[in-house]
Ligand binder design. Structure first.
Ligand SMILES: Cc1cc2nc3c(=O)[nH]c(=O)nc-3n(C[C@H](O)[C@H](O)[C@H](O)COP(=O)(O)OP(=O)(O)OC[C@H]3O[C@@H](n4cnc5c(N)ncnc54)[C@H](O)[C@@H]3O)c2cc1C
Length: 414
């Protein structure tokens, strides 16, 4: 029977990073997933290692913006009206935590994770030989309206510059010099220079998982919902039979509740769904940077497979069938910005951002079960925060003082 010191449930960016860090501490680790590593949320995101994101995505406080969202005609956000009563209490908590003073405090608590996100990735990128997937050219916010450009410039100077973040303010001509194939709808941009981007996020996670296996780790296919406490440890089923581990880590992203629920825990974990589609550029058009169209609310990212259009947020049941609405709305406005040609994918991809209303992940011990650990709820920034999460959780499991104080991310805050 397969026996390990620790089983890590979930082989997305978070679980794979936890597994690598535990292994580096000499633990015998099994990484379990029902499919190959990096094939769910960590597959289809926008690929940003968002070192500049020192303020998390919060709930809008402006009444006009809220009224616009309530009409449900936006590109950047959409909700299933039948799901609205179910998500309303969660949205209320999200709104509460988005008050300016709370948001300031939460941003401060998240800051050490963000500050260490790129350096922790770089250590794994080098070890796994994944440099070919990384672009270190930052990313660009583009604007169609003078007033939103001016607002972003003011925020960049007031909020972001004090953190030492580097950015260039671009007028329309400077933006066109950096992205010559952009169409004339833009009035300017803000180019964030610190973040990096990944040309294929799934390939990066697979590269990290290959490193874990090469270093002697076990990757097993199985259903994490089979996890149960047994004696002083845990038991679970793999495709090749039963297995045990002294300790278990729940790193199942949007599916974490399928397992922690069985142990009697209840967290306000919701999902913000999002979609992507790849396009072939028209003619010889090239996209050099990831672009966020702030006024319309979608993102274009240059990926190995083509130009990836990713959508904003959809509030709907985690397991409800995909809806075509967000991409249908985003595609025509994206074509106004950049010459997108044919679809590369036969169907749109849908993913689920695992979100807690206070915008922080849960990283740390399960309060009532010895040897059970949590690493989930990474919101819009799981690709960014996977490696840093892996490091602090492995340090906690090894009984060391984590290099970042994990108190703000504790499960006991709920
Ligand atoms: C459109 C979009 C754009 C995004 N852009 C960015 C970005 O640019 N930068 C960024 O940092 N983040 C971004 N994100 C967020 C990021 O993708 C997520 O936060 C991150 O991928 C979550 O990683 P995870 O490892 O927690 O979850 P996942 O990657 O979903 O991994 C969970 C794993 O658990 C497995 N699993 C589930 N149930 C079971 C079970 N019963 N048994 C066994 N295995 C199971 C799944 O197969 C999966 O492999 C984006 C998300 C979306 C949707």
């Amino acid at each position: 029977m397969l026996k390990s010191d620790v089983v890590v449930l979930g082989a997305g960016i978070v679980g794979v990073s936890v597994a690598l860090h535990l292994q580096a501490k000499g633990r015998k680790v099994t990484l379990l997933d029902r499919r190959a590593p990096g094939e769910e949320t960590s597959y289809g995101n926008a690929g940003l290692i968002e070192r500049a994101s020192v303020v998390p995505y919060s709930f809008p406080r402006d009444l006009l913006v809220l009224a616009r969202y309530a009409l449900n005609h936006n590109v950047d956000a959409h909700y299933d009206p039948l799901f609205a009563p179910k998500i309303a209490p969660w949205l209320f908590r999200f709104w509460y935590h988005s008050q300016p003073e709370r948001l300031k405090q939460i941003s401060k608590e998240l800051l050490p994770l963000i500050q260490n996100s790129l350096s922790e990735h770089k250590a794994l990128i080098a070890a796994a030989g994944m440099e070919h997937l990384i672009r270190e050219v930052g990313w660009i916010e583009v604007f169609r309206k003078e007033e939103s450009h001016a607002k972003a410039i003011a925020e960049a100077k007031e909020i972001y510059a004090p953190h030492g973040l580097k950015f260039d303010i671009l007028d329309a001509a400077a933006l066109k010099a950096r992205e010559p194939h952009l169409k004339d709808v833009v009035v300017g941009g803000v180019h964030w220079l610190d973040p990096a981007s990944v040309r294929d996020p799934s390939a990066l996670v697979k590269g990290y998982a290959d490193l874990f296996v090469k270093r002697g780790g076990t990757f097993a296919i199985g259903d994490a919902r089979t996890l149960e406490a047994e004696g002083n440890g845990y038991r679970f089923e793999t495709r090749d039979g039963p297995a045990t581990a002294d300790q278990a880590v729940i790193a199942l992203g949007p599916w974490a509740n399928d397992v922690y629920g069985g142990f009697g825990y209840d967290f306000p974990l919701a999902v913000k769904r999002g979609y992507h589609m790849h396009y072939a550029p028209v003619g010889n058009a090239v996209l050099g940077h990831t672009l966020l169209d702030v006024d319309k609310g979608f993102l274009l990212a240059p990926m190995n497979k083509g130009v990836r259009l990713t959508t904003g947020v959809e509030f709907a049941d985690r397991d409800a069938p995909p809806s075509p609405i967000q991409l249908q709305r985003a595609e025509p406005v994206a074509k106004e910005l950049f010459p997108l040609g044919d679809h590369v994918d036969p169907e749109p991809w849908m993913g689920r951002r695992p979100c807690l209303p206070d915008m922080k992940p849960v990283i740390g011990p399960a309060p009532r079960h010895k040897g059970l650990w949590f690493a989930f709820g990474h919101n819009h920034h799981g690709l960014t925060l996977g490696p840093v999460t892996g490091r602090i959780l492995a340090e906690m499991i090894a009984g060391e003082t984590p290099f970042i104080d994990p108190a703000p991310y504790g499960a006991d805050r709920f």
